[in-house]
Design a binder for this molecule. Structure first.
Ligand code: HEM
Length: 443
């Protein structure tokens, strides 16, 4: 975080918060994210046999949205509220609206997850509408900041397009749930489901992660490196492929395979550009970079699985198993690795700013970090994702269950460490152990 703040473009708003800035808002979003990740990963051993049965069922929909809405989207919102003003040097115009947005988002997202679990489609669409409203409120604050950078800055461009896709995907999700007892929306269930899932997973989550990761990783290169032009081309190519894939699935006009290959090509391009930026960074890999590279590895596997799925369809037993593995590779392997890596880089800085704004005793990064569990988190989570996806694909439930147990272990250790860090934005106390260590070192 220090490095990011000292970099040009992010230096405009430094560690010191602006008066009236809702400084704990991102932290509230991170708290929702960490709680959801703990819940979702802890439930992985419960979800594995269900997912092995069939990917489309209410309990799995609830589990999937614990990650997509509760973990991933909440974490991205938290980053946006801090990162967008810092990057664009424009403050959030309506801080109180942002607080309303947080509350609505929490109610809506938890409502979607809970009503899937309860089997109430009416509950899902009503909660879904609340999520849609909260996305509009977020856009009212964020879009004016990033619009001037559209077509110029890769992060601004990607975020703007991704927010549009999020609005469309969440509206479609609410519509599909509304339609369950009404049958107004044309098309088959699996095509509509796939259209919604890809609009959200590719158009929102993947696009925003690509855009933000280019910018973050470039900011870590010394001597003022620039994001390469190819990154902007990749963002537009991925957006175009997402629109093509969505229309092909939703309208049934055909061409799904063509757009799947186009999307996969845009993702391979991302992997190449991103690896090049990481190489230019020069210094050795830390846990942020390791998680990012593991994420890129899983992205490539997910892209391959997506092309394979487009070729064989979900109709056969193999296709149905592949669909489950595909979801695990994409949502846990690719996106979650990125969010974990990003959180290692950002969370302590967010807590430090919050304490500064509240006038609480300052703490530094070392005091706020529990780093001893990071190798375990990396190994357990990534090994678990590989085993769970492999077990689902090959129909070996014991392997999938072992993978799920490892995901739970990695997820819970990670969540406990990050919850501890975030807790210092809610309590004035200073961490006891690092203090003692510090004093012992000084004696
Ligand atoms: C307002 C927010 C959302 C609502 C109301 C919603 C609703 C739904 C519904 C109703 C389905 C099942 C479709 C059907 O039965 O026809 C579904 C599936 C799915 N959604 Fe969402 N969704 C929302 C946001 C998201 C987001 C942000 C993502 C991010 C990736 C996402 C990813 C998925 C996935 C992957 C599936 C397929 C899950 C499976 O097959 O087991 N959704 N969603």
């Amino acid at each position: 975080m220090h490095k990011l703040q000292s970099h040009r473009g992010l230096a405009g708003i430094g560690l010191r918060p602006a008066p009236g800035e809702p400084v704990r808002l991102p932290i509230h979003f991170f708290t929702i994210a960490i709680f959801s990740f703990a819940l979702g990963t802890a439930a992985a051993p419960w979800a594995a046999p269900r997912l092995a049965d069939y990917f489309y069922q209410l309990s799995i929909l609830s589990w999937v949205h614990t990650f997509t809405l509760g973990w991933i989207t909440a974490a991205i919102f938290g980053v946006m509220y801090r990162y967008v003003p810092a990057m664009t040097q424009r403050e959030i115009r309506y801080p109180r609206l942002a607080t309303v947005q947080l509350v609505l988002y929490f109610l809506g997202a938890s409502g979607v997850v809970a009503h899937f679990m309860l089997g109430s489609w009416d509950g899902v669409w009503m909660a879904g509408v609340v999520v849609v409203i909260s996305v509009i409120l977020l856009a009212i604050n964020i879009v004016p900041c990033i619009t001037p950078g559209f077509g110029r800055g890769v992060a601004e461009t990607g975020m703007l397009i991704a927010l549009f896709f999020l609005l469309c995907a969440s509206s479609l999700g609410a519509l599909l749930a509304f339609d369950k007892d009404r049958g107004l929306v044309p098309g088959t269930l699996l095509h509509n489901l796939s259209a919604h899932a890809h609009l959200a997973a590719l158009g929102w989550v993947t696009l925003v992660v690509c855009a933000v990761s280019y910018r973050f990783m470039t900011a870590l290169i010394p001597q003022g490196a620039q994001v390469p032009r190819s990154a902007m081309v990749q963002i537009f190519a991925l957006a175009a492929a997402t629109v093509g894939l969505f229309l092909a699935l939703f309208t049934g006009v055909g061409g799904v395979s063509v757009w799947t290959v186009a999307s996969a090509a845009a993702l391979v391009a991302y992997a190449i550009i991103f690896e090049d930026i990481v190489r230019r960074r020069g210094t050795g890999a830390d846990w942020t970079v390791r998680h990012a590279l593991a994420g890129v590895f899983y992205l490539l596997l997910a892209a391959g699985a997506g092309v394979w799925l487009a070729a064989i369809g979900v109709g056969s037993p193999l296709g149905a198993r592949l669909a489950g593995a595909y979801g695990i590779l994409g949502l846990l392997g690719w996106v979650s690795n990125f969010v974990v890596g990003m959180s290692y880089q950002l969370f302590t800085g967010f807590v430090m700013r919050a304490r500064l704004a509240l006038g609480w005793p300052p703490l530094n990064t070392a005091e706020l970090t529990v780093s001893s569990g990071r190798p375990l988190v990396f190994a357990a989570f990534n090994g678990g994702v590989l085993l769970m996806a492999g077990g689902l694909l090959t129909g070996q439930l014991a392997v999938a269950r072992t993978g799920a147990a490892l995901i739970a272990l990695g997820g819970l250790v990670y969540s406990a460490a990050m919850a501890w860090t975030l807790s210092f934005a809610y309590r004035r106390a200073t961490p006891a152990a690092p203090d003692r260590l510090l004093r012992a070192a000084q004696d």
